[in-house]
Design a protein around this ligand. Structure first.
Ligand SMILES: C[S@@+](CC[C@H](N)C(=O)[O-])C[C@H]1O[C@@H](n2cnc3c(N)ncnc32)[C@H](O)[C@@H]1O
Length: 350
């Protein structure tokens, strides 16, 4: 899908001189980038699929939760950033830009009006002490060019302490840590909670309790943690660096019998599992991506043992059963609570 905001940044990526960081999240997941890798540009991305794709094309990439601590103050000439969906991340990047840029260094930042770019530009202008030029390709698509002044002692934007994990919820089993940037970061998801409450409904369909479970799209790890036990090893996987960091922290804090693996929809994981659990995503950054359901269903089919089961939870209005029947011979809606439904998938089509 074409992204007009990224198109404004494209020439800047092609022309950037000096040490440049391109800060890229899932909004940059475009099939055709159309820019040859540049040796002076490092891609900083929190998505493993993007870093894998760009690394294959020859770009230098760092898969990180937008952690810039490895870059000294005043060490960067240019920063290029297509804004993220989450406000704390945008504020974090603008705050970090002041620290990272050399005096005279520039931040190029673009986005759409309905994503809040104009408000961000106003805020960034204050943070950069008044230094802002704007460009737009149409009335909805804006880019700001902010130049780092020699002295800059302006107020930090509120990034909700983006870098820090913190306890966000607890239940009878665990206290959970998370942070902005993770799906539903500050609560237990109602759908996932429903799945765990009804887990016995799925388990009774198996001949024996599973000794291994794959959590596809683990977020901060709620489903994985509640499936793990001394007799059940859980593999939790996600494509988002922030989610993986939170999940790993939760596993370590609570001594969970499991592992946390960065992967694009389980790509690179070759094992098959007696059980897969999943609360699948429907958004990729600002876009709703219908194909994501199919991609998750295909990954589940590949990773499920022939006599295993997958437990999915989705909103009632999602036609998961129809899509799933292309991949599984057995598709059964086993419960709903008026908002969410639990769908059992078995007999993967080979
Ligand atoms: C609806 S959330 C569920 C999170 C968690 N399992 C829970 O129940 O709270 C979907 C998760 O899928 C992850 N995700 C999205 N696209 C992905 C991909 N291509 N590969 C792996 N994970 C992905 C998101 O980062 C997010 O953590």
């Amino acid at each position: 899908m074409k992204d007009f905001a990224f198109d404004l940044l494209r020439p800047e990526l092609i022309q950037a001189t000096g040490t440049t960081l391109w800060i890229a999240d899932e909004n940059a997941l475009q099939p055709e980038l159309g820019i040859a890798p540049r040796t002076n540009i490092i891609v900083i991305s929190n998505r493993i699929d993007l870093t894998d794709t760009l690394s294959e094309q020859g770009w230098q990439c760092r898969f990180t939760d937008f952690d810039f601590s490895g870059y000294p103050d005043g060490s960067i000439d240019t920063l290029i950033y297509r804004i993220s969906k989450e406000k704390p991340i945008v504020h974090h990047v603008i705050n970090q830009a002041i620290r990272l840029l050399k005096p005279g260094g520039q931040l190029f930042i673009a986005g759409l009006k309905n994503e809040g770019i104009k408000t961000y530009l106003d805020k960034a202008k204050k943070r950069f002490d008044g230094q802002l030029q704007t460009a737009k390709s149409d009335k909805n698509t804006w880019m700001g060019i902010l130049t780092r002044p020699d002295d800059c002692d302006t107020e930090l934007l509120d990034d909700q302490d983006y870098a820090q994990l913190r306890e966000i919820a607890s239940d009878a089993n665990y206290a959970y840590s998370s942070k902005p940037g993770v799906f539903g970061w500050n609560k237990i998801d109602k759908g996932s909670e429903f799945l765990i409450e009804q887990l016995p409904l799925f388990m009774e369909r198996l001949k024996q309790l599973p000794n291994r479970v794959l959590d596809l799209g683990c977020g901060y790890g709620y489903l994985a943690m509640n499936c793990a036990s001394d007799d059940c090893f859980v593999t939790a996987t996600d494509n988002n660096a922030t989610a993986l960091q939170a999940c790993q922290d939760n596993f370590t804090q609570h001594n969970i019998n499991g592992e946390v693996i960065p992967a694009n929809c389980a790509e690179g994981i070759s094992e098959r599992y007696p059980m897969v659990i999943c609360n699948p995503p429907f958004h990729q950054g600002f876009s709703v991506v219908g194909d994501l359901t199919d991609i998750f269903l295909r990954a589940t089919r590949r990773r499920l043992e022939n006599d295993g089961i997958a437990a999915f939870v989705v909103n009632l209005h999602i036609p998961l059963e129809r899509k799933a029947s292309a991949h599984f011979d057995r598709v059964e809606t086993i419960a709903d609570n008026g908002s969410f439904k639990l769908v059992l998938l078995a007999k993967p089509k080979r």
